[in-house]
Ligand binder design. Structure first.
Ligand code: GDP
Length: 295
């Protein structure tokens, strides 16, 4: 994950890790290289600039020039700032409802259906919950079938009704079904489109207003870099969602989305997807991710 970024940051910090004379120029040089590494990883220009300015100020403020191990101090400063940028502490999800309703949003292909299954599996096996998956994509019968395949794989029931073409009433019927069956979490998989459009936004807002979910989650493909960040912004402007799910972090992704998204939408990344299998889900820990990036 993020091999290229890790390598470049390691190189950038190498100067200060050596035993040569440490000067303000060295620090400036290092932060410039750090900025370049972030830009290469597809981090938004403004964020990269603010980040390196903070790192530089902190480094000079903490007397990195006079410390015995300037390299280590610099790595720590970069790590702390990366952690902060990605959200500080890990964010949980609200399971206080009865049932708790979790609404999934995102573009088609982002990994919504796969993640709905992963989350149901996680809640069932790790949190002792009884989830119900609800298929609300009324436009693509294949999407409904896909959710049933996923549900069968993990042994979680799926509510769908191909006769019903109204996603709002489907979502409500799904919740009523969960109540009747004693299921305490309802995960609603909604329709996505290939690009942000008004109809999709209106539809998901209507579902959200009707079912008042504990969590509205936005799923996005990390491989799409700055597009991921722009899409997140567009969804958040309309939905004011509660958290982000970054999928496909197992692929050849550069890392920009993971690093930038939090500060652009001011919402936490809650989970990451690291594969196609149902157990390829991790709770997102900013500090662990920063550790991983800095190796
Ligand atoms: P949806 O249209 O948003 O519901 O997206 P899908 O759940 O159908 O996922 C689209 C494709 O991405 C499928 O081929 C999934 O197997 C794949 N996918 C989803 N999540 C991940 C992930 O975390 N890693 C990888 N490598 N593939 C994923």
């Amino acid at each position: 994950m993020f091999d290229n970024l890790s390598e470049k940051l390691d190189k950038a910090l190498h100067v200060l890790k050596g035993h040569g004379q440490i000067t303000e120029i060295n620090v400036a040089e290092t932060t410039k290289e750090v900025r370049r590494a972030l830009l290469d990883a597809d981090v938004n220009f403004k964020i990269a600039k603010e980040f390196t300015n903070k790192v530089r100020d902190k480094a000079l403020g903490q007397n990195v020039l006079t410390t015995l191990q300037p390299g280590q101090l610099m790595v720590k400063i970069v790590k702390d700032e990366l952690t902060e940028l990605m959200g500080g502490d890990a964010a949980g999800i609200d399971l206080s409802g009865n049932p708790s309703v979790i609404l999934m949003s995102g573009l088609q292909g982002s990994g919504k259906t796969t993640f709905s299954g992963k989350l149901a599996h996680y809640l069932k096996t790790k949190k002792n919950k009884y989830p119900l998956l609800v298929a609300c994509d009324v436009y693509r019968p294949a999407a409904i079938d896909q959710l049933h395949v996923v549900g069968d794989q993990i042994g979680v029931p799926v509510y769908s009704d191909k006769e019903n073409s109204d996603p709002v009433s489907l979502a409500k019927a799904g919740i009523a079904h969960a109540k009747a069956q004693g299921q305490n979490v309802v995960i609603i998989d909604t329709a996505g489109r290939l690009a942000v459009d008004e109809r999709m936004m209106t539809e998901i807002s209507q579902i959200r207003d009707a079912v008042q979910p504990q969590e509205t989650l936005f799923v996005v493909d990390a491989m799409t870099g700055q597009d991921a960040v722009n899409t997140a912004k567009a969804f958040n402007d309309v939905l004011n969602f509660d958290g982000v799910i970054l999928t496909k972090l197992d692929g050849d992704t550069r890392g920009g989305a993971a690093i930038s998204i939090r500060s652009v939408v001011n919402k936490p990344i809650k989970f990451i997807g690291t594969g196609e299998k149902m157990d390829a889900l991790d709770v997102f820990h900013p500090d662990r991710m920063a550790d991983r990036i800095l190796g």
